[in-house]
Design a protein around this ligand. Sequence first.
Ligand SMILES: [Zn+2]
Length: 403
Amino acid sequence: MTDTPGARGTARSAPAHPHPPTAGQPTVLTGATVVLPTETVHNGQLVIDGTRIGHTAPENAHFIDVTGHYVVPGFVDLHNHGGGGASFTSGSVDDVLKGIHSHREHGTTTLLASTVTGDMDFLTRRAGLLSELAEQGEIAGIHFEGPFISPCRKGAHAEELLRDPHPADVRELLDAARGQAKMLTLATELPGGLDSVRLLAERGVIAAIGHTDATYEQTLSAIDAGATVATHLFNAMPPLGHRSPGPIAALLEDDRITVELVNDGTHLHPAALQLAFHHAGADRVAFITDAMDAAGFGDGRYWLGTLEVEVADGVARLASDGTIAGSTLTLDRAFKRAVTVDGLSVEDTVRALSATPARLLGMSDRIGSLEPGRDADLVLLDADFDLKGVMRRGEWVVGPQLG
Ligand SMILES: [Zn+2]
């Protein structure tokens, strides 16, 4: 047997264990391809001890042979409006939980619940409801998308409810979230934008540049003021131009920025995704879903905030004018697409789906990798990158479905 930590080595073969584990019994996954931050271990093992990744396999462990499967860290979604037929912006607590669980079944073990534009009263009440779920550990926090965004780049946000980012209003939302606001997307070129970025940075909240009509130079000023994320790069911002490079060039070239990408095959041409990925690198890319209610649910009519959305063939569009209105993506599909369509390595895909967003949230000591001591949040994928198991904090949410 091996006494090396975590996933290393598999000197012992897995004995057959026909019985389910007893309560508190450690679990050991054997025969796996385990993707660690610095190496990928073939025919490796991973020890799960209680809610955490363990160091060594104890004699009394429950062994599960997962030969032929990848074990990767649970996915971290920074930008997610709902799923499973439920909305994080308008649903009840039970609805929100339903949406969270729907995404967990697709490998997302950590997510920020994203709101869409509403009036200030509505959003502060919403912040109260979502902050309770954050305090209970169901979500990692709140991402406010809107109302401080540009009418020129509003996407699927209600124009009549948009407003300039006055720091007093930003502060009101943060206060209503009781310390659980983790990110706020704003158009930093609007009046009050740079002061709001500084306020967010002071309060330890990620200032995300998005739904913006900023120039290249205005974008650089926002980065200097403390913005660190590009909300769904390319979408809802001016395109890259050779005389007016706009926000995209500024966001891609600056090491202080992590760019969100929606890898669903609809939001971005594969060449645009690859351009961003190869320019920024996996440590500066976070794959997100930007999912709405229909994710993991199905086609039909939905509401995104106050706007009606028609979902057909898995593509969500505003019923009024056909504008893309979020996605129906789940991160397991984003993983498979990244490797099989975009040609990214498994290791880079893991970083963009887990390690990079975990680091942005300041949670790298707990999630985002399979190192000993981290939360036992993991996803089991077969050789075709189809999801066969999800574990969150040591408990199987899905599977494992083997053989
Ligand atoms: Zn958006």
